[in-house]
Write a protein that binds this ligand. Structure first.
Ligand code: PPE
Length: 312
């Protein structure tokens, strides 16, 4: 992780090196935090954050599912992000808001612990390795199942949920694959450790529905909208392993992963197809401010205004 200048912490911009908490914080011991991953892109209109308010709304929803109240509104978090992007002076960056139970009482009950709210940003290139957007990745179905809906609310982007992702990623990498694909307990395709999944067969695009144990990806939602407007039929339907093995194309989506082609599943070569590349191209043009069709998703940072409000 490359250090930047400032981190927004509970309403203040503090130096990167000073953004610290005590080792007794509840979130460290029990994973009681919620976070987001957001990208800011360099566009012709300046730095622009992709679907910023939607991400902050999801952060609030994630918190609600953990009985947590974030002491800042969606709009306050949006403003804070604009200030952070401005003071750190990065045209493009990955933004990580996190809210977690802090220092107070240790024990699984969260009572007596304040909620700490932090936003950091730093440069983050391609998630699945250099060249992955062009060359695609290899994947393997994990032996780890995606957390069930009644185990931990998977709809919440909660820190503790990512132990599940960590195990699946570690297993896949140790096996020589770029990424894992997780199934639900009853054997249908869920998502990757940090991505949603799509298949293309006979020109039709399919992705698991939200009722499967997946995160309601904002990139997933954007890609569904884009693909439909490009004229494709997109179905949200349950998928099984052979749907991946026999697919014409497979791709994964996520803020960090963007639209990454999957060129192999379980050592079965699939290759990279035209539909994936068309959707990827439209997505990347959109986030980089080069396609006006979905331009309303970009939250352009008014750096002059944000600088005035921070006194920078
Ligand atoms: N599923 C999971 C499990 C997931 O973590 C992500 C995002 C997605 C799907 C896609 O969601 P969205 O970003 O809204 O399209 N994973 C984030 C964190 C990755 C990490 O390693 O940390 C991300 O992409 O920022």
């Amino acid at each position: 992780m490359q250090a930047t200048e400032k981190i927004w912490m509970n309403g203040e911009l503090v130096d990167w090196a000073d953004a610290k908490v005590h080792v007794g914080v509840h979130g460290l011991h029990y994973g009681t935090g919620v976070f987001e991953g957001i990208r800011c892109y360099e566009t012709p209109k300046g730095p622009a954050v992709f679907r910023l308010a939607d991400h902050m709304r999801r952060l609030h929803d994630s918190a609600r599912l953990l009985y947590m109240d974030i002491p800042y509104s969606v709009e306050e978090l949006r403003e804070a992000t604009h200030e952070l992007v401005t003071v750190n002076g990065l045209a493009s960056s990955y933004i990580r808001p996190i809210a977690f139970y802090g220092y107070g009482e240790l024990g699984v009950s969260t009572a007596g612990n304040p909620v700490e709210t932090v936003i950091m940003n730093w440069p983050w290139g391609s998630y699945l390795g250099e060249g992955s957007l062009d060359n695609g990745i290899t994947t393997k179905i994990s032996s780890w199942k995606r957390v069930g809906a009644n185990v931990i609310p998977h709809v919440s982007k909660a820190s503790g949920v990512y132990l599940n992702s960590m195990l699946a990623t570690t297993e896949a990498r140790r096996g020589g694959y770029d990424e894992a694909i997780l199934l639900t307990d009853d054997g249908t395709i869920a998502d990757g450790p940090g991505e949603n999944i799509f298949v293309v067969k006979n020109g039709v695009i399919r992705t698991p529905p939200l009722s499967t144990s997946i995160l309601a990806g904002i990139t997933r939602d954007s890609v569904i909208t884009i693909a439909r407007e490009l004229g494709y039929i997109v179905e949200e339907s349950s998928l099984i392993r052979p749907d991946l093995h026999l697919a014409d194309e497979v791709f994964m989506t996520g803020t960090a992963a963007e639209v990454t082609p999957v060129r192999a599943v379980d050592d079965i070569e699939i290759g990279i197809g035209a539909v994936t590349l068309e959707v990827q191209k439209a997505y990347l043009a959109t986030v980089n401010g080069l396609d006006e069709r979905w331009g309303s998703w970009l939250d352009v940072v008014d750096t002059a205004r944000a600088a005035a409000s921070t006194g920078a």
